[in-house]
Design a protein around this ligand. Structure first.
Ligand code: NAD
Length: 485
């Protein structure tokens, strides 16, 4: 199934499925039980992390014994179920975390089903010469320990499962506690798909109540050979300090530059489309804009024509006091401004209401003009609030945008037709993803070329992860033979 659904089509599908679900999801106590859903026991969910690892180890052994065709059959079943149950997971995710938008989460699941690479991503290399043949194969690590976020919970579980299983691994998850019902629903989905396709009943596993302690058990367990962490700076640091091979997909703060050669109307629409997608939860989404001052007014007008609501400087100050709160580090006693969990991923209308502004559901993003030092520019808000900073030229734009990205080297965007400007910014910012003249989500294959992932590993260098990221290279040498020329 191709991903060329219109917003209206998605809304229609979602509305019809949700109509049937309303009585089941969110309105019953069982909906929040991470062991069962609507009275049905979820498969592969354990009280004890050690039991989950034992189950994932058995899953790994089963995958090892499969042919590639059998593995691909399971992956195909995961894709089918993911497409079919995308609206359920989207609704569950929004109901449980109170973050994001059902239509967009539905689209994200369909993207994962369609564009996450399977076994075709695993390719062997052969080198032949006077001394014969040397073969390099991408082999599984074993059991992978995967930490997943609250922002794209089931999307990450399914995307990682497809890639990790395609590579021949088993997987145990320690999902985000705030999205545990949604994440465990997705883990159960992978196991149902496995059973339907003739695979083991429990292929991947998780725990009922993930904590920092269960994560530590995972880090230290002898069977876990690779850790893959998708989350903020704290958790990425903790896996990278584990002493095990780890893939870290961390935070970003993607800047956007708009220069005076850009198609300003298109830039305005693209930026609002990207920034408001799933209420700005994707780590790749536009977080702050640096606009040439000679086009800034036109850009802001264009944004307002596309569902943005402009607030004044004093309203921005009032909103900043609500969305950023002081949090004291219990160990150091240092107080730091931190995004309020009550505001992350909320609708623009909900955020505006907090400062006494009532708007309709057509408003999908809040914009405001700020200076560079404003907290909206400096913090990764993950909510549909977009600060716009006027700049005099490309030198200032690049300088400030690189600083606002804080060296995360995650994602950056630019709207321009000047190839020198585009090239200069891409070189200066050094991000894993650089999107030119399109909404941010084009960078993960949504309306752009290339595969998708929800685990973008900047800190450890794998980039947009796929099956091959979860493999280790093994060499097999045959001397003097098997060169046939
Ligand atoms: P988070 O950092 O709050 O939590 C991520 C996971 O780590 C959760 O499962 C949490 O329980 C766990 N965790 C937190 N601290 C831990 C520790 N010390 N030890 C073990 N586990 C720990 O993430 P979130 O708020 O759900 O996600 C948002 C953050 O993740 C943002 O910064 C976003 O940019 C980033 N993110 C990055 C990517 C990427 O691909 N690079 C994708 C999604 C999210």
């Amino acid at each position: 199934m191709a991903i060329n659904w219109t917003e209206a089509q998605i809304e229609e599908v979602v509305a019809s499925v949700i109509k049937n679900l309303k009585t089941e999801v969110g309105n019953t106590s069982t909906a929040w039980d991470s062991k069962q859903y609507g009275g049905r026991k979820l498969i592969g969910i354990y009280e004890d992390m050690n039991d989950a690892i034992t189950a994932a180890t058995a899953g790994y052994k089963a995958v090892r014994a499969m042919s590639l065709v059998e593995r691909e059959k399971i992956i195909s079943a995961i894709r089918d179920l993911c497409r079919k149950e995308a609206p359920i997971m989207a609704e569950l995710g929004v109901s449980e975390t109170k973050m994001g938008r059902v239509a967009h989460k539905t689209a994200k699941h369909i993207l994962v089903a369609d564009k996450t690479p399977g076994t075709a991503d695993i390719v062997s290399q052969a080198k032949t010469g006077d001394f014969g043949l040397t073969l390099t194969e991408m082999a599984p690590f074993g059991v992978v320990g995967s930490i997943t976020p609250s922002t794209n919970p089931s999307e990450t579980v399914i995307c990682n499962s497809i890639g990790m299983i395609a590579a021949g691994n088993g997987v145990v998850f320690n999902p985000h506690p705030n999205a545990i019902a949604t994440s465990n629903y997705a883990i159960d989905l992978v196991n149902r798909a496995s059973a339907m396709a003739g695979g083991p009943k429990v292929l991947v596993a998780s725990v009922v109540k993930p904590t920092l302690e269960t994560a530590q058990i995972m880090y230290k367990h002898a069977n876990i050979r690779l850790l893959v962490c998708t989350g903020g700076p704290g958790v990425v640091k903790s896996v990278l300090s584990s002493g095990k091979k780890a893939i870290g997909a961390g935070a970003g703060n993607p800047p956007v530059i708009v220069d005076d050669t850009a198609d300003i109307k298109k830039a305005a629409k693209d930026i609002i489309d990207g920034c408001s997608f799933d209420n700005n939860l994707p780590c790749i989404a536009e977080k702050e804009v640096f606009a040439f001052k000679n086009i800034a007014d036109e850009l802001i007008d264009g944004m307002q024509e596309n569902g943005a609501y402009k607030i004044t400087a004093s309203q921005a100050e009032a909103l900043a006091k609500i969305v950023l709160v002081d949090v004291k580090n219990p160990k150091t006693g240092i107080v730091k401004k931190t995004v309020s969990r009550d505001c992350v991923g909320r609708d623009a209308a909900v955020l505006l209401e907090k400062i006494g502004v009532k708007v309709g559901s057509d408003i999908r993003c809040i914009i405001c003009e700020t200076n560079f030092d404003h907290p909206f520019v400096q913090h990764e808000l993950m909510m549909p609030i977009l600060p716009i900073v006027r700049v005099k030229d490309i030198d200032e734009a690049i300088d400030l945008a690189v600083k606002a990205e804080h060296g995360c080297r995650h994602t950056a965007h630019m709207h321009s037709k000047n190839i020198d400007h585009l090239t200069r910014f891409a070189r200066a910012v050094e991000t894993t993803i650089f999107v030119k003249n399109a909404p941010s989500y084009a960078g993960i294959g949504f309306g752009g070329e290339g595969h998708t992932t929800f685990t973008i590993a900047g800190p450890t260098g794998e980039g947009l992860t796929s099956a091959r990221s979860f493999t280790r290279y093994r060499r097999c040498v045959m001397v003097d033979n098997f060169r046939i020329i």
